[in-house]
Design a binder for this molecule. Sequence first.
Ligand SMILES: Nc1nc2c(ncn2[C@@H]2O[C@H](COP(=O)(O)OP(=O)(O)OP(=O)(O)O)[C@@H](O)[C@H]2O)c(=O)[nH]1
Length: 355
Amino acid sequence: MTATTDRPLDPASASEHLRFVRRIYQMRTLGLGCGFFAVAGVLYEDGAPWWLWAILSVNGYLWPPLAYLLASRSGDPEYAEYRNLVIDSAMGGVWIAVMQFDVVPSALLAVMLSADKIGVGGWRFFARTGLTQAATCLSVWAILGFPFSPDSSMPVILSSLPFMLVYPLAISSAAYGLARKVVRQNKQLAHISRTDPLTGLQNRLHWDDSATATMTHCARAGKDAALVLIDVDRFKEINDYHGHLIGDAVLRRVADSLHAITRMTDTASRIGGDEFALILMDTGREDAAAIAERVRKSIEDARFEEAPALRCTVSIGVAPTGPKTISAAMWMRHADAALYRAKQLGRNAVAVAAE
Ligand SMILES: Nc1nc2c(ncn2[C@@H]2O[C@H](COP(=O)(O)OP(=O)(O)OP(=O)(O)O)[C@@H](O)[C@H]2O)c(=O)[nH]1
């Protein structure tokens, strides 16, 4: 449970808190709506006075919308909602005492009110609300003179059935919805953590895993693959002369070319500021060199609306897998050496690692 603060909430937190308030409102409406009948069965049997019926009706049907209004209009909706949940527990204690511990509805009230508190705020919140419930229960029980009548009649059991059947299903369904949301968000997080936000390609983190996995696969299956390193020529000058936004456009253009030229089974990554890497599956030396040449040509031919005079080029190093390449790090070193040679050749060139 979070403590209230004077600082206004940022919009994202505020909308998250309001979603929480709405979720509790739905659960409270259902729970208290059904709980009304469980308590009403005992009140009817005991011939309760009109004002007890009035309090029960207010608690069952007016309190849920009122609690929603109080929380949603509060400066800290989440804190206000936790306070409302404590009030729910306090009222549960009152009704257990009023029902003179009629066992079926009393046990139901105690269990349901505990289950949703644990679901919302964990064991500590459960302990706090449980203590509140026990305190109100004991106080009201003392005021009433400690009446005790635990036997439940058949009508009382029947009037408790809606609460017994419907509310646990609602709690389970809410828990399932939350679990699915967590799974969905974990997937999104995993995707974000391995994606370069500027180009949409894999980032360095994921690239290292891909290179190692490809090496292992090729060694086991006796397959060919090629590593292609692409570095934008004099990119610093492009940034300095045209500005970083144009620099970014160049990087996106390189990514687009890699997307367009490679196949589904290939992997394209941005592994540094202006450095990209391709893993070409089932591709031998000549084919890899040809694909690298297509990439080089496509960047050479690229034109930029925002900077019509801009011409950019890339240097490319190609390293096919081979018997001497026994680790991803070694594969990378071969491709790096080839890239260095392409730069030495005067840039805008493709160089293939020696066999
Ligand atoms: N616009 C932009 N620039 C970046 C980004 N990440 C890195 N850079 C810049 O990329 C430049 C890379 O320059 P260098 O590594 O010196 O290489 P270079 O100028 O391309 O020189 P050569 O590779 O030798 O041709 C640096 O100036 C970085 O600031 C980015 O996301 N966007």
